[in-house]
Every structure is written in structure tokens, then in C-alpha cells.
Design a protein around this ligand. Structure first.
Ligand code: NAG
Ligand code: NAG
Ligand code: NAG
Ligand code: NAG
Length: 527
């Protein structure tokens, strides 16, 4: 039975190689087919083993819905097993993990084997995230941990036959007290039979230089994968907005798979092709439960290849936002200016804070019969601390929606969610200081659906001078649903040497990106 199956799997694999080669010989852009899952984990009302079974069944169902059409499928962070249902994860294997081999680690859990079999069944690369049990650094007799093993937050990648081809253990942990960290950061990459080299990392990693930017800038990887459980924050860091901006600024393809727990502010998945924007994306904003959905896209082998995209991906919804959003905690430190709510007007405004100056040119009209969001222009240079020794210097400027008259109301969803202001011209010119390790991205929200502007709506250009980067960002066409239109610069480690003393501690309550195990989530949500 197994032999038959193995033979069949290999046959399917050979067939797909033939198909890939056939595609590669075509003229014009070449593609692979990728799927990312937006996945609602089962998190309560059963034993941990039953929850695992339920999640596994959900994974298999989504893989089945792809009908074997995918080259690669990605599932999100922390939506499969928990610290109570750990598995060992080999670093790499010669054989498929589907069948047990002599000498295999007995701690490899059946669910991991089942997913290896599924990768083979659908002949697809498969990326999942698990809680890993590892005996490493725990030689008998030492007290590396009183439990006798380490727990890692780990991505595992299977090839089309179910062999492990890559493993990555999360470096930038976030509120994960039971989880260990490797001694040094891992740079995890893998090659594929369609001539694409991927690198992968996990959620909070995307806010830091190591390993995410190392993979892009030092290793030159153009296809990145991130598994996420990301808590969205207005106005600049909602999940899909951040994914799209990150892929745009790095000019890479990004496959982002997100956990779906909107009642905790967690949702957001998509596939993005550099400055060609989103190919598919999903934010669950209007319900509490979350969804299980496989988003598929044909992804260009070269993220710079001009491709035809269906630009307007989703209709504007008017249903109220139920996704529980965080708010940028330091808005009161921004230098801001409130846009007067007057009919037909234009302003030119230059606003500076510390070493950042931004020039705004705006024209708008007002539908006075509508009540709803007003707007502020803001510039901010400051440090943002996430955790003990993790912080970034932020330089940003932009326009953002406010639900009331003061700056503390910006980044809050208004009760009356109308958009009375139609922008007929909107241009920002930012003068950002040059530093070696930074990422400056567009941060836009073109609707209360919380999706970023697509390239047909946005002009973005950069010009380097001796000590400044001038960034020009402009609306291509009038827009009447804007929430955010900003340039967001993450200066990763400006304060890393010696500046730590100036970083103000921010209370845990104000922290971003709750990356929590389903177990802790249970407590957070229902306690
Ligand atoms: C898979 O097959 C079903 C039934 O034929 C079809 O409805 C669905 O669209 C297919 N999905 C993909 C991704 O091709
Ligand atoms: C792993 O984490 C546990 C729990 O926080 C801790 O007790 C242990 O010392 C850690 N192990 C290593 C090798 O750091
Ligand atoms: C694979 O990619 C490399 C660089 O991306 C390219 O030089 C090479 O021609 C490609 N090979 C095939 C078979 O397409
Ligand atoms: C930028 O460079 C110019 C000319 O090289 C110099 O005059 C100016 O002081 C520099 N500004 C900063 C902020 O370093």
C-alpha cells in the first residue's frame, strides 16, 4: 500500500516537473502557484489532543480544496499544536516523513507525519508552524531546563514528497514565556524544483533586521514566507497593510499566512508581488469568529516582472468593523496639524520633528451631508520598544483618519464610519536621513476594509542624496475612502549601541503583536 502510494507520489512529482519545465519554456513572465491559509484555530471546548485533531482536519481540508494545483502552501503560526502536544522536528530528512524510518526520533508526532503524507498526496511544498520539543542543549545531567527539553516556535518545510527540507526556529520571540530561543539566529532557506529559493521566518521577526532583512539584503532572497499570528494596530500597522508595505519596500514576493482570531485583533493573510501590490489578500474585519480559507495566486518567478493583476481585489464593504484593533500608543508625541473640514480647499504644509521634514500638498472636497472621519497630518521621530531589548527607531509622516477632534482619536474606528472627505490631490515629500539598516515603506489603508492601496492608486519614488533619501508618495487618482496615507521608516537598530538608556519603557498593555500560544490566548480571551 505504502509502496503503491510512494510510486504514485513520485509519478505525480515527475509529472509536475514536466509541467514546470513546460511553463518555463514559455515567453513572458513565468509563475508558480502558491496558497496561503487564513486559518481559525480551534482553541477551546475540548482536550488539547482534540483541538489538535480539529486543526489538523482543517489543514487537510484546505489542502484538499487546492486540488493539487499548488506548488507551495503555507499555514500560519500557532494554529496547529500547543505546548501540551509537542513534536520533534528533524532539521532535514532524506526520506519522506510520511513513513516511519528506522532510527527516527520517537518524539516525531503522528500529526507531523500526516502532514508529510498530505504534502506528497497533493504534490506540493508545505510550510507549517509548530511547537517543537527539542532535546538539544540538554545533555543528561545538566539543568538546561527543569523539563529536560527546549520548546521552540518552529517553521517546518516539506517538499513534494514529504521530506523535511528546511526548519526555522523563531528568533524574535514575543510574549512567549515558555518558548526558548536558539543561541544565534538561523537564516532558513530552501530551493525548489521550480527554480525558486525561498526563505522563511515568523511573525514578530518581520519588525526586525535579523533575520528578515538579512535574508533579503545579505542573501539576496526574493521570495519570502512568513507565518503569523499578528495583532493589528491602526493607523500604520494593520496586518495586510504591513505585509504589502514590507514586500513593496523590499521589492520581493511575500507569502504571508495569518491566524484568524478577529475577536483578539488577529487576522490578515495575502500574497504580494513587490511593487505590483497584492495578488490576493484577506482581512477579516466584520466578524468575530475568523475563517478557514486558502488564498491562491500565480506568483511571478521574478517579482519585478510586469504581470497583469486584477487590481481591485475586493469590493468596498460597509459593514461595521468588529476586528479588535490596537492603536498606535504614542500619537500624542507626533507633530500634527488638523485638516480643516471646509468645502473645496488646498493646502501646502511643511511639518518637521527632529531630523525629519515632510511636505504635504493636498486638495480636497467635502460632502457636508456625510459625518465621519476627519484627518490629521503628522510627523514623528521616536523609539518604539516592544520587549526587554527589542526596539526600533521610527521615522514616519503621513495623513491619517481621526474619529474625533483630538489626536488621541486618530487610529480609532469611528461609530459613524462615513468618509466625508474626497482627496483630489495628495502628495507627501519626505526627507529621511540615510542610515545603513532601515526599511522605509508605504503605509496605506484605502478603505475601512483595512487593505492597502494598489499600484494603480499610488505613485512611490525615491531619490538618494548625500545624506538624505527623498521619498515622494502621491495618489494617482481621487480617493474618498482613505484611512491612512503615510511613509513609515523602521530604523532597526539606531539605538542599539548605547542608546538603550533613552528608551522609555512602555507598559506591556501598550505592546503590539500579541504572539500568543492558543493556550495563553484562551486565558486572554475568556478569562
Ligand atoms: C477544485 O475542484 C472543485 C471541484 O471540481 C472546484 O469547484 C474548485 O474550484 C477547484 N479548486 C481549485 C483551486 O482549482
Ligand atoms: C528554555 O526555557 C525554559 C522556560 O523559560 C527555561 O527554564 C530554560 O532555561 C530555557 N532553556 C535554555 C537552554 O535557555
Ligand atoms: C534558475 O534561476 C537562475 C537565477 O534566478 C537563472 O539564472 C537560471 O537560468 C534559472 N534556471 C532555469 C532552468 O530556469
Ligand atoms: C547634508 O549634507 C549637506 C551637504 O553635504 C550638509 O551641508 C548638511 O549639513 C548635511 N545635513 C545633515 C543633516 O547631515
Amino acid at each position: 500500500m505504502h509502496t503503491m502510494f510512494g510510486f504514485l507520489g513520485r509519478f505525480v512529482w515527475l509529472l509536475s516537473v514536466v509541467i514546470s519545465v513546460a511553463v518555463a519554456s514559455d515567453d513572458g513572465p513565468q509563475f508558480y502557484t502558491a496558497g496561503v491559509a487564513e486559518f481559525r484555530p480551534a482553541i477551546m471546548g475540548a482536550t488539547s489532543q482534540q483541538l489538535l485533531e480539529s486543526n489538523l482536519a482543517g489543514y487537510l481540508e484546505l489542502m484538499h480544496s487546492g486540488n493539487g494545483t499548488t506548488d507551495i502552501i503555507v499555514f500560519p503560526e500557532a494554529t496547529l499544536n500547543t505546548v501540551l502536544t509537542l513534536t520533534a522536528v528533524p532539521e532535514i530528512t532524506d526520506q519522506s516523513l510520511c513513513e516511519e524510518q528506522p532510527g527516527d526520533d520517537p518524539e516525531i508526532a503522528p500529526f507531523l507525519r500526516r502532514l508529510a503524507c498530505a504534502a506528497r498526496e497533493y504534490s506540493t511544498y508545505l510550510v507549517i508552524n509548530v511547537k517543537e520539543r527539542s532535546p538539544e542543549n540538554c545533555p543528561t545531567g545538566t539543568t538546561c531546563s527543569n523539563r529536560g527539553y527546549n520548546i521552540f516556535n518552529t517553521n517546518v518545510v516539506f517538499d513534494r514528497l514529504g521530506a523535511v527540507v528546511s526548519r526555522y526556529r523563531k528568533w524574535n520571540l514575543y510574549l512567549e514565556p515558555s518558548t526558548n530561543r536558539t543561541e544565534s539566529p538561523e537564516l532558513a532557506t530552501f530551493g525548489t524544483d521550480f527554480n525558486v529559493t525561498f526563505a522563511h521566518f515568523i511573525c514578530f521577526d518581520m519588525l526586525f533586521y535579523t533575520p528578515a532583512q538579512d535574508l533579503v539584503e545579505r542573501l539576496g532572497i526574493r521570495h519570502l514566507i512568513v507565518t503569523k499570528m499578528f495583532n493589528s494596530e491602526l493607523p500604520f500597522l494593520t496586518a495586510s497593510q504591513f505585509q504589502q508595505g514590507w514586500a513593496w519596500a523590499n521589492r520581493v514576493n511575500l507569502l504571508a499566512s495569518g491566524a484568524s482570531v478577529p475577536r483578539s485583533g488577529i487576522s490578515g493573510s495575502g500574497i504580494y508581488a513587490g511593487q505590483q501590490g497584492a495578488l490576493t489578500r484577506l482581512m477579516i474585519t466584520d466578524e468575530m469568529e475568523g475563517q478557514r480559507k486558502l488564498l491562491l495566486a500565480k506568483v511571478p518567478l521574478n517579482p519585478e516582472d510586469q504581470i497583469l493583476t486584477d487590481e481591485i481585489l475586493e469590493p468596498e464593504k460597509t459593514s461595521p468593523i468588529k476586528l479588535k484593533l490596537l492603536q498606535q500608543p504614542e500619537l500624542d508625541k507626533f507633530a500634527t496639524w488638523e485638516l480643516p473640514m471646509v468645502q473645496e480647499s488646498s493646502v501646502n504644509k511643511r511639518i518637521c520633528q527632529k531630523d525629519l521634514c515632510c511636505e504635504f500638498q493636498i486638495s480636497w472636497t467635502l460632502v457636508e451631508s456625510l459625518s465621519g472621519y476627519s484627518y490629521r497630518l503628522g510627523v514623528w521621530v521616536g523609539e518604539r520598544r516592544y520587549e526587554e531589548e527589542q526596539y526600533s527607531a521610527i521615522r514616519l509622516c503621513g495623513l491619517f483618519a481621526c474619529s474625533g477632534a483630538n489626536v488621541e482619536s486618530c487610529g480609532l474606528i469611528g461609530e459613524q464610519q462615513g468618509h466625508p472627505v474626497m482627496f483630489t490631490k495628495l502628495q507627501i515629500l519626505g526627507e529621511f536621513v540615510r542610515k545603513p539598516r532601515r526599511l522605509i515603506m508605504p503605509s496605506t489603508l484605502g478603505s475601512s476594509n483595512l487593505y492597502a492601496l494598489q499600484p494603480s492608486q499610488l505613485i512611490w519614488s525615491t531619490e538618494e542624496t548625500d545624506n538624505l533619501t527623498r521619498i515622494k508618495m502621491e495618489l494617482r487618482q481621487p480617493h474618498s475612502q482613505l484611512m491612512t496615507f503615510a511613509i513609515y521608516g523602521n530604523y532597526f537598530d539606531e539605538y542599539a549601541s548605547g542608546g538603550a538608556g533613552t528608551v522609555e519603557a512602555i507598559t506591556l498593555g501598550a505592546l503590539l503583536f500579541l504572539l500568543i500560544t492558543p493556550l495563553t490566548m484562551m486565558h486572554l480571551i475568556w478569562e
